[in-house]
Design a protein around this ligand. Sequence first.
Ligand code: GFB
Length: 323
Amino acid sequence: MNKDAKIFVAGHRGMVGSAIVRALISRGYENIITRSHLQLDLTRQSDVEDFFYAEKPEYVFLAAATVGGILANSTYPADFIYQNSQIQNNVIYSAHQFNVKKLLFLGSSCIYPRNCPQPMKEEYLLTGTLEKTNEAYAVSKISGIKMCQYFYFQYGDDFLSVMPTNLYGPNDNFDLETSHVMPALIRKFHEGRKQWEKKQKDITVTVWGTGTPLREFLHVNDMADACIFVMDKISSDYLYKNDVTHLNIGTGKDISIADLAEMIKNIVGFEGKICFDPGKPDGTPKKLLDVSRLTGLGWRCKIDLQEGIENTYRWFCKNIEPK
Ligand code: GFB
């Protein structure tokens, strides 16, 4: 991408989209186009077409999506499948109609089967049954991957997909009902610490599920860095001709939810107890990506988990819950 290339970041107010915009600006890209949800509803096909007709972006990062943690995914499956399918169908099809040079579609590691061999390689897509708690979201994301692939096959469009592992960082959703585990635990331990400081004794933080599931966590700044790397250096030709439908993005390391809780507890400085609520779903038992394809192409994550959580907690204290 030239520094003056016209780049549309769809979903620029979200955690990933905002990180991509920051990363583009810091690298000197000057012509970034964004639209808030109020300015452009990406689920409306004709509005999206009008936007692409008027703006004619050259590159598209498709980071707009309806996302949420395990409870939001299992409670609102209709919203997850409808909104995500609409957004990606409209943006990918308009990118095709208005000759976008390259489009990067962002998915999620939940596209892989629930009992997938670990670590999960790109070629394990569509080899088994999906995890029920996020099936609706996963089905829409798989459809997006396939849409990019088929537009390449039929029309030669340079559209490709990346699948990040569980992401966290600034601008995450810290709502306790709808968020992912990382922001939820940061908030819970922070609130627990405040109660502890007010000398309320016997404070306990509740962690959902059994604590045994294993997850891999990538800081969103690393994700943004990887997206720009792929946009700049990897072509659809390379990917699809090697029979690969998408690229995994992750750290290659996982941690149990119980150990993650301990880590966040120490970073936040909470001195009370942790208990587990097995009444809440565990979700898939283990989710670790095989990232060897992307590392083989020259990309590596830079932010380790300790540093990433410290950075996110500082952001939370400054922007969401000043002490
Ligand atoms: O991050 P999370 O909601 O999503 O939950 P998934 C990960 C694990 O953390 C589960 C546990 O085993 C949860 O039970 N957990 C413990 C908690 N305490 C909490 C808490 O307070 N809040 C939350 N949210 N979890 C999502 C998918 O799956 O991952 C999405 O539903 C997407 O589709 C996303 O793919 C990346 O990792 O289970």
